[in-house]
Design a protein around this ligand. Structure first.
Ligand SMILES: C[S@@+](CC[C@H](N)C(=O)[O-])C[C@H]1O[C@@H](n2cnc3c(N)ncnc32)[C@H](O)[C@@H]1O
Length: 596
């Protein structure tokens, strides 16, 4: 079967058959064509179908070539007029000839279609098509976290984004489109909430940049950066746990925040324990941590279920902070199925007879139809597929199914949170999901706060006033009605909504702190320890001796100076050079999709 026949099948299949286009193409067994090529062809044809339908109908292609189906005519015309290499079939191939012999007519119809759309150039028409097909992704810029372990915002503005124009308006970035003619329309914006975060014009493949290959930039949605920033790990906080770590966006962010908070004196080494139950995903985590330059301080436990970890074990005795980002419904993720609306040209019999919709022939339809819309007879009932943040698909036929799925997820999420409460020295925890459902968010928080373990160990919500400044200023908060009307808890919860103009995905994060030791009188952080081991003045500044060394609460004396050995801080690059990082590229979906 040719590339075009395989592509036609995907073009016409309802999206409810197995999730996103990407998932459907890449998971399909026995394909003859390379999945990358197939995916690009179907997606691009779909984007252009609104223009190409017009071109094909006006050129009467289906009247002149009776053997061509509407789907094949779209795919072949797309490649003939818009693909660099033209139609990917031998010159003598019948399908190729059936379209190529009308090249003159089709080309002039494309020009006329462009002029009808008031586009001054082919480039402008392309921009129009991109914008029209972008769906909910049209409201999102490309978020780029500059990895403080390897680079800085200043560095990146001078290098990777040197051709970009600075703007202070996020909306301008969202509306901008890359121009092939130059960098004039490519914009960069420095985020005011999360340190080291940039928003840039969508549409440029940043995974091809040196900075990406070298781990200097990480493609991560803004909201996905909230948990590590909210947890705010510092040198005095001890070890850190990332309980559900792959693919590693937040693990590497934790390392970067820690690095940014390094005191100017030698402090105890800190370990990030990164647990990941799924061994395959743990490999991606390993790769990401290595590329990001934090492999040395991260202990990865591949295949390790966090719930099987003993909080009382000696090696976790110094764990002061935990980041929990468990599996969730993924309902806040933007662009899970980014397939644009398909516009099929009318079949010839309809065009000539002008008699309304003709019955579909051979799986073709004779009218515009939306993806996922199923012709009667093709399938009895349409199914909805819920794709979670790990890409797993669950068929959800009714609201009852959805409720059952949410119940299962939220019970697991609560168990993870209660398990984290048990770590004896823990003093701060963040809990996050990329779900929009209160069942997985505020309701889990409320149940956790009401649990026996929370009460006995003194866990409470991290109040808005006590949060890091960027998130204190973020004004989208939890739902009071889901927090039993408790505004302190609702205000402590942080939400983000897709499509609200802030350019982010749907997300939720809450922080927990301990306000006392546990029933056994064991340490814990609590208010007394919130400020860490150093003496602070009334304004919260660390008290220093005459030489500028911080004074320890425990001894009343200054910290002993040990020269920092810079060589210890070198990246662990032994695992891979930037060359192999470039070829060994992490799939973008995994890089920023699951965890977002
Ligand atoms: C939402 S994803 C985490 C995304 C990640 N925090 C990031 O930002 O890149 C959830 C991950 O938790 C893992 N997971 C689920 N249950 C787990 C458990 N009990 N112990 C450890 N990992 C678990 C899943 O395999 C999945 O990789």
């Amino acid at each position: 079967m040719s590339l075009y026949h395989e592509a036609a099948e995907f073009l016409l299949a309802p999206t409810s058959d197995g999730g996103s286009l990407k998932a459907r193409v890449f998971k399909k067994k026995g394909l003859k064509s390379p999945p990358n090529q197939l995916y690009a062809l179907v997606l691009e044809t779909c984007k252009w179908s609104v223009v190409l339908k017009d071109v094909i109908e006006r050129a009467e292609l289906l009247k002149l070539e009776r053997k061509l189906t509407p789907a094949l005519s779209l795919l072949l015309t797309h490649d003939l007029l818009l693909a660099k290499g033209g139609i990917a079939l031998p010159q003598s191939h019948g399908l190729r000839q059936s379209v190529e012999r009308h090249k003159g007519r089709l080309t002039s119809e494309l020009t006329l279609a462009r002029l009808r759309r008031k586009s001054a150039s082919a480039e402008q028409l392309r921009e129009q098509v991109e914008r029209a097909s972008a769906g909910e992704e049209a409201n999102i810029p490309r978020w780029v976290r500059v990895n403080a372990l390897k680079s800085s915002v200043e560095d990146q503005l001078k290098t990777t984004f040197a051709a970009y124009k600075r703007t202070t308006e996020l909306q301008e970035v969202i509306r901008s489109l890359p121009s092939k003619a130059g960098g004039a329309t490519r914009l960069v914006y420095i985020d005011p909430h999360v340190p080291n975060l940039l928003a840039v014009t969508q549409g440029t493949d940043l995974t091809k940049t040196d900075a990406y290959a070298a781990g200097k930039i990480i493609l991560q949605d803004k909201a996905s950066c909230f948990p590590a920033y909210l947890l705010d790990p510092r040198s005095e906080d001890g070890d850190v746990v990332d309980a559900c770590a792959a693919p590693g966006n937040k693990t590497t962010h934790l390392a970067a925040v820690l690095h940014g908070h390094r005191p100017d004196f030698e402090s105890a080494p800190q370990t990030i324990f990164a647990f990941e139950k799924d061994s395959r995903r743990a490999q991606t985590l390993e790769k990401m941590v290595r590329i990001a330059g934090s492999r040395k301080q991260t202990v990865i436990a591949p295949g390790q279920d966090f719930l099987q970890v003993d909080p009382e074990a000696d090696k976790y005795k110094d764990v002061g902070l935990l980041l929990l980002d468990p599996s969730c419904s993924g309902s806040g993720i933007v662009g899970r199925d980014s397939m644009p609306e398909l516009h099929l040209p009318d079949a010839f019999d309809k065009q000539s007879q002008g008699k309304g919709v003709q019955p579909p022939k051979n799986g073709q339809t004779a009218r515009k139809r939306k993806h996922g819309e199923v012709e009667k007879g093709e399938k009895e009932a349409s199914q909805n597929v819920l794709i979670d943040d790990e890409g797993n698909e669950t068929v959800v036929n009714s609201s009852k199914d959805l409720q059952a799925r949410l119940e299962a997820l939220s019970s697991f999420q609560l168990i993870i949170l209660l398990h984290a409460f048990k770590f004896p020295s823990a003093k701060r925890i963040t809990y996050s999901t990329c779900s929009v459902h209160a069942e997985e968010n505020e309701r889990v928080v409320m149940k956790a706060l009401q649990s026996d373990i929370a009460r006995s160990r003194g866990w409470r919500i991290l109040r808005r006033d006590d949060q890091v400044s960027g998130l204190r200023d973020w004004d989208v908060r939890g739902l009071p009605e889901e927090c039993g009307g408790d505004t302190e808890i609702a205000e402590g919860c942080i939400r983000s909504h897709k499509g609200d103009g802030r350019g982010v995905m749907g997300f939720f994060v809450a922080g927990f702190v301990r306000s006392g030791g546990d029933a056994d009188g064991r340490g814990g952080g609590g208010d007394d320890d919130d400020e860490g081991p150093y003496l602070r003045d009334v304004e919260g500044r660390i008290v220093r001796d005459q030489l500028g060394m911080p004074v320890l609460k425990s001894t009343g004396g200054p910290v002993t100076l040990i020269a920092r050995d810079e060589s210890d801080e070198e990246d662990d690059s032994s695992g891979g050079t930037s060359d192999d990082q470039a070829t060994d590229e992490i799939e973008e979906d995994e890089w920023d999709g699951f965890g977002d």
